[in-house]
Design a protein around this ligand. Sequence first.
Ligand code: CUA
Length: 158
Amino acid sequence: MHVELYERIWMWVATLLVALFLGVIVLMAGAQAVAPPGHIETVDPTALATHPEFGKPAVSAGPNGINVSIVAQMFQFTPDTIEVAAGTSVTFRLTSADVIHGFEIAGTNANAMAVPGYVTQFTVTFPKPGEYVIACNEFCGLLHHNMVGKLIVKGESR
Ligand code: CUA
């Protein structure tokens, strides 16, 4: 079959572009790792009940401020009300007992995913006292919209 030179050139250009795009994806996946952001720590999601930390997830004094361990599961966060002091460094450690859940503290820059099998860890400071809604922002089932918690930031308002 005869293919015009002009057409052949464009077929090669299209092929090379596709190869380039796929190559970039593969390269970045390898270089940056496809994993929960920031913190690669695993935990057995089927044994959370007996886990030393996630068996009784709670607010505690951490090495550099406050430590908050949270278990997300259909359709609640444990604990569902968290109290911390304004201006203190708060390290959240999240995991999920079932499916992927979201953990977004509305009005702050705290927004992460709770992934079964992994511990998601991030540290934030809340400068403004008040009550904040914690919402699951990953669709996780029929009662996803009911999956909310509350963050109370204590301190004098400035
Ligand atoms: Cu949990 Cu949506």
